[in-house]
Design a protein around this ligand. Structure first.
Ligand SMILES: [Zn+2]
Length: 347
């Protein structure tokens, strides 16, 4: 084991909390295979060292980190397989045809228990997990292993891995990062809306987006990595599944739902007070995804895609987001009450 490997293991030990059945969630051969395949697409310089580290932790989000010492310079992708396990449950809510209310609450309690466990708040974590169990069996379990959900998870996993390799690719560019051109391209999407929209809310959102793009380089980088990941997904679907419009649309739906899941989990992580802050970065990524994919499609596919995205956004709001935001606000209030009572009791 090299000294950078050792440093990485220590970092993971301190920063991340493994889930109990971690090994079962990590399909090592499959993920390594995908990693090799995407790395080839990235055309990395031959001296670039990227290592894949697989884990399954309550932290959920994959990250990329570069460790350098006198003899080594390694870029590590820490891929967290637990995220797609959570996505499988969220996808089930999305596919379910009936009311998802009880399951959204169940999920909100579980995610809260996991977040509080990471914050070492054992009382709040216990409260949340007991409430999760008290809600009984999940109504949407039947959707968890459907072939449609399998396909969604497969594409979402591929997308996340490709997005992270996209970051590694940018690290590789060093000071020649192609952020400037991209920043201009992104800003032009929103200046178009400022000039052409009659809706005052849309104009103000587009103005804020333009500002954010010029002040915040990381959002540009996220979009560059999204573009790379979209391109990889498209190639993957066409070579391993089918070139039909239906299959491509299903893959794009899986990616769009994946972006929504990421936004939902980030919202939960930050708490209801910071949700507004997120709104702007989310709309930049969503709008970019929409425009970028549209650019890759044949003229007859464009209207199919537009219709699919509109239906998908509506379904997501209805099946997951609205109820989840309600649960999030109510739950945060209860956690505050509980924390205060615990402090009073212990005085
Ligand atoms: Zn990213």
């Amino acid at each position: 084991m090299s000294s950078t490997d050792e440093a990485l293991f220590q970092f993971i030990d301190i920063e991340r909390l493994e889930v109990p059945n971690a090994e079962e969630l990590i399909n090592r051969d499959h993920l390594t295979d995908l990693f090799n395949r995407i790395s080839r697409e990235a055309y990395l310089a031959s001296d670039t060292i990227i290592k894949l580290y697989l884990c399954a932790t309550y932290n959920k989000f994959s990250i990329i980190t570069r460790l350098k010492n006198k003899t080594e310079d390694v870029c590590y992708i820490i891929y967290d397989a637990y995220l797609v396990r959570v996505f499988r449950e969220l996808n089930a809510l999305y596919f379910f045809e009936d009311s998802t209310s009880s399951d959204v609450w169940k999920m909100s309690y579980r995610l809260t228990a996991e977040r509080e466990k990471l914050r070492r708040n054992d009382t709040l974590a216990s409260y949340a997990i007991l409430n999760c169990y008290a809600l009984g069996e999940s109504d949407t379990k039947c959707e968890q292993d459907s072939s449609e959900n399998d396909f969604f998870c497969h594409i979402q996993e591929f997308y996340i891995l490709a997005h992270e390799i996209g970051h590694a690719r940018l690290m590789n560019y060093g000071s020649e990062k192609p952020t400037h051109d991209m920043q201009e391209a992104l800003a032009s999407i929103f200046s178009y809306w400022v000039d052409n929209s009659l809706d005052a809310d849309e104009v103000s959102l587009s103005r804020r987006a333009e500002e954010e793009i010029s002040n915040n380089k990381s959002i540009t980088e996220e979009c560059i990595c999204d573009a790379f990941a979209i391109m990889c997904v498209l190639k993957y679907v066409e070579s391993d599944f089918s070139k039909t419009t239906d299959k491509k649309m299903l893959a794009f739906e899986a990616v769009y739902v994946c972006l929504m899941h990421i936004q939902l989990l980030s919202m939960h992580e930050l708490g209801p007070l910071d949700v507004e802050e997120l709104e702007i970065t989310n709309s930049i990524r969503n709008q970019f995804f929409f425009d970028y994919v549209l650019g890759t499609l044949a003229p007859n596919e464009k209207p199919v895609f537009e219709k699919m995205i509109a239906a998908c956004a509506e379904k997501y709001d209805q099946q997951i987001l609205e109820e989840f935001l309600d649960a999030l606000i109510t739950l945060e209030g209860r956690l505050v009450n509980l924390s205060e009572s615990v402090v009073e009791c212990s005085m």
